[in-house]
Design a binder for this molecule. Sequence first.
Ligand code: GTP
Ligand code: MG
Length: 354
Amino acid sequence: MKFIDEAQIEVHAGNGGDGAASFRREKFIPRGGPDGGDGGRGGSIFAIADCNINTLIDYRYARIHRAKNGENGQGADCYGRGAVDIELRMPVGTVITDAETGEPLADLQTHQQKTLIARGGKGGIGNLHFKSSTNRAPRQFTRGEEGENFKLKLELKVLADVGLLGMPNAGKSTLIRSVSAAKPKVADYPFTTLHPNLGVVRANMNRSFVIADIPGLIEGASEGAGLGHQFLRHLTRTRLLLHLLDVAPMHEGADPVKDARAIIAELRKYDESLYEKTRWLILNKMDLVPEALREKTAKDIVRRLRWKGPVFCLSAISGQGCPALVQSIMQYLESLGPTTPVTEEPENLAAPLT
Ligand SMILES: Nc1nc2c(ncn2[C@@H]2O[C@H](COP(=O)(O)OP(=O)(O)OP(=O)(O)O)[C@@H](O)[C@H]2O)c(=O)[nH]1
Ligand SMILES: [Mg+2]
């Protein structure tokens, strides 16, 4: 299924039905009192998070969502029937904002979380309720309230603790395959990954975190080069970025340091706060460097990049260096607070790394 992480929709809640003004008319009962019932409530519209949905594509096709109006009240004490509410199912991680004012309305963070997005109008009051000792034959009634209408912007920002950042072919998908049960496609051509993949990483039996693999980024992504940079939105909610670098790139004139600088520049162009986020440098494909040169290779890159943060040397493909990385990430995340709760069934989870 096509991955879509942005959509704009309209929601129209139902209007309330009008109250009725009516009088009881029956044989042998002269001047029967008021018997106009209330109008029914208009249908409301709710958004519900569903972990079985992972794209907003449905909302590209169905843009207008309308709940029914409540029925009008009637004579003979009949109340109008309320309209059924509508529930719109969306992926966990969907952020809903008012498209006109930009005001945030909801952030669906957990499976089954339900939020009211447009309230149905209340039903009007029938003349039944206006009867009093001084007015035995009231003709008043009220009309139903209008339902709320909004134009909404839906944005999916996946929920993960850790995000992977890097050029195409850096080995991002290989890494997520090696540390989690997620199995995104891996291939030796650029832009293999076209949408985010989430993997649950088990540090041990009861400690885990969620890692997000996103498409590769290249120089000029902010101007639309490659797949553009809109996928970076999926890193905005993470607490740690892993910047993967291919230490032995194949292409001509390749320089891992130049590649790294290009990625960092793109990150900054996308969003200053993403640029400020904690970032670790992951030197991948170390297996391609002769053992005697590995330390020097790593030191050179760190020096030329003037990198101050943590550095890990890895071979995502063989798994070498991965367990140490996983333990460091787990410790770091725990020092910040609880990690993303896992919604998958336990049998879908990867075996713990030892
Ligand atoms: N030798 C070696 N090859 C690796 C390693 N990690 C990944 N590769 C290879 O590098 C190529 C690209 O790997 P991917 O994991 O698809 O790279 P990616 O960063 O996800 O690439 P995109 O999805 O295109 O952005 C594949 O042929 C992998 O087998 C590694 O540690 N050592
Ligand atoms: Mg990939």
